[in-house]
Ligand binder design. Structure first.
Ligand code: SF4
Length: 79
């Protein structure tokens, strides 16, 4: 884990958890140039994030559940 990822995590007992900010993962960042949300620690994202297969049913379900909240947290309108 590099310094960027370490700064976004909190140890808790035997585990280590990503911090939440404004009700979303603290690693989620806005790419203003492209108007998109990106993972700022993509190369070292945790295993649970790696396990989510892009465009799979679970991925689409997570997007449907969390996109509205994440977009609102950074001032973007719902899709
Ligand atoms: S991929 Fe994981 S670490 Fe990256 S923004 Fe999403 S939830 Fe956070």
């Amino acid at each position: 884990m590099d310094a960027r990822a370490r700064a976004l995590t909190r140890p808790d007992g035997d585990g280590c958890y990503l911090e939440l900010r404004d009700d979303r993962c603290a690693a989620l960042a806005r790419d203003a140039g492209r108007g998109r949300l990106l993972c700022s620690i993509y190369e070292m994202r945790p295993d649970c994030c790696r396990a989510l297969v892009p465009d799979s049913g679970e991925c689409l379900r997570q997007i449907a559940e969390k996109a509205v909240r994440a977009r609102a947290a950074i001032g973007l309108a719902s899709l």
